[in-house]
Write a protein that binds this ligand. Structure first.
Ligand SMILES: [Zn+2]
Ligand SMILES: [Zn+2]
Length: 407
């Protein structure tokens, strides 16, 4: 038994991988963790990460990714299917589960591909992957351009009670795009990715969710128009949920004036009005979850010129500090967006809550701890972060996964 003592808002007693008690603890524990000055929250959940194993272990392995997760306060992550070998069958799903068990750190939940090889042509074996343990389906990294295929995927996923996590991008509008379409791109002479390319696909997906009764989840909302689409769809009773990435809550396309690849991701950093709309949507719950879209690449790849380098930055070890620094998102909502909300979306039973009988996944946060982002200290193999050198307040001090102290 482990007694987490003196944390706000209450003490917690862990026993045998479960939360035994929340509140006043009178039992004598084998171990007492002094948590004075810390806030106890359910283990954080990041529902959108990319680990590159199998196939691109030079960028990230399941073990290094899981180590980055617990270092950032995350006890569970959902890993997208676009690893070097695409996770589009039960072998891929079982592989992720086995490797994460061996790593023995954060829980790593596999997301299965929607289409074979992420090619957008033929549906993968969603049923077999669901039975093997896939928590959701997604071709993330690639949009599903074929609407008929997306309809069938939603119908199929619904039969297994799983959501489709949609990377909304009309690829015909974004070919060759390097950054957000707008005044900055025009000035820099770079090809832009318009808000409409995201919002139009989000609208299509919401209508398809209405048509099929399935659950669609909109990944990394970046455009104010997409916020409007999600808000209206929820009002209409459509089964839609959404997430935002930390960089879309803090940074704008003005950063691209430096031509640095650490500001290149998909969807791109948008205008200030978009950032404001996405922050407001997280604050009011229109956007349910916050997820890092942790996307490690090698230094060689990211050091190429802006047009040639791949999209994506890492985020597992900075998300909590970045999110807590955004004043317009209240602390409790921020934590909800990284615990109960993703647990609900992915139906992770026993996760995302601090209550008796739930899994002993617990994060202890020092909301005042001041620290400076230093990529050389990251557990992730990735080093490319837009927050290099940024001073943040708030970080995870201790993380328990299944009752085991991991950091
Ligand atoms: Zn994506
Ligand atoms: Zn992604």
């Amino acid at each position: 038994m482990i007694h987490i003592k003196g944390a706000k808002p209450f003490d917690v007693l862990l026993d045998g991988g479960k939360i035994r008690k929340v509140g006043k603890v009178t039992e004598k524990a084998d171990q007492v963790v002094d948590a004075k000055g810390l806030v106890v929250v359910p283990g954080l959940i990041d529902m959108h990460v990319h680990f590159r194993e199998p196939g691109r272990e030079d960028k990230e392995t399941i073990a290094t990714g899981a180590a980055a997760a617990v270092a950032g306060g995350f006890t569970s992550v959902a890993v997208m299917a676009n690893s070097g070998r695409v996770c589009d069958d039960e072998v891929g799903v079982v592989y992720v589960k086995t490797r994460s068990r061996e790593a023995g750190l954060a829980n790593v939940f596999p997301v299965g591909a929607v289409t074979k090889g992420l090619k957008g042509e033929e549906l993968a074996e969603l049923g077999k992957m669901a039975v093997a343990g896939a928590v959701a389906f997604s071709d993330d990294g690639m949009p599903i351009m074929n609407s008929e295929l997306m309809r069938r995927a939603l119908e199929y996923a619904k039969m297994f009670g799983k959501p489709i996590l949609s990377h909304c991008e009309d690829a015909t509008l974004t070919r060759g795009a390097v950054m957000n379409e707008g005044a900055v791109a025009a000035e820099l002479g770079l090809k832009g990715y318009p808000n409409a390319a995201e919002a139009a696909m989000a609208a299509r997906d919401c209508y398809l969710a209405a048509l099929t009764g399935a659950h669609v989840h909109i990944c990394h909302v970046s455009a104010r128009e997409t916020v409007g689409v999600v808000r209206q769809a929820k009002k209409n009773g459509i089964r839609v949920t959404a997430e935002a990435a930390p960089h879309h809550l803090m940074l704008t396309d003005e950063t691209l004036r430096k031509y640095e690849s650490k500001y290149k991701m998909s969807p791109p950093l948008r205008a200030a009005e978009d950032v404001e709309a996405v922050v407001a949507a997280v604050a009011d719950g229109t956007i349910d979850a916050i997820a890092s879209d942790h996307a490690p690449h090698t230094a060689e790849e990211k050091e190429q010129e802006l047009a040639a380098c791949p999209n994506g930055v890492i985020g597992l070890e900075t998300t909590l500090g970045v999110v807590l620094s955004i004043r317009k998102i209240p602390f409790d909502r921020a934590i909800d967006a990284m615990t109960a909300a993703p647990a609900r979306i992915l139906d992770l039973v026993g996760k995302g809550v601090l209550e008796e009988g739930a899994d002993a996944d617990v994060t202890l946060i020092d909301p005042k701890a001041a620290w400076t982002v230093d990529p050389s200290a990251f557990r992730s193999k990735g080093r490319c972060t837009p927050y290099d050198g940024l001073k943040l307040a708030g970080r995870a001090v201790h993380v328990f996964v299944g009752g085991k102290l991991c950091t």
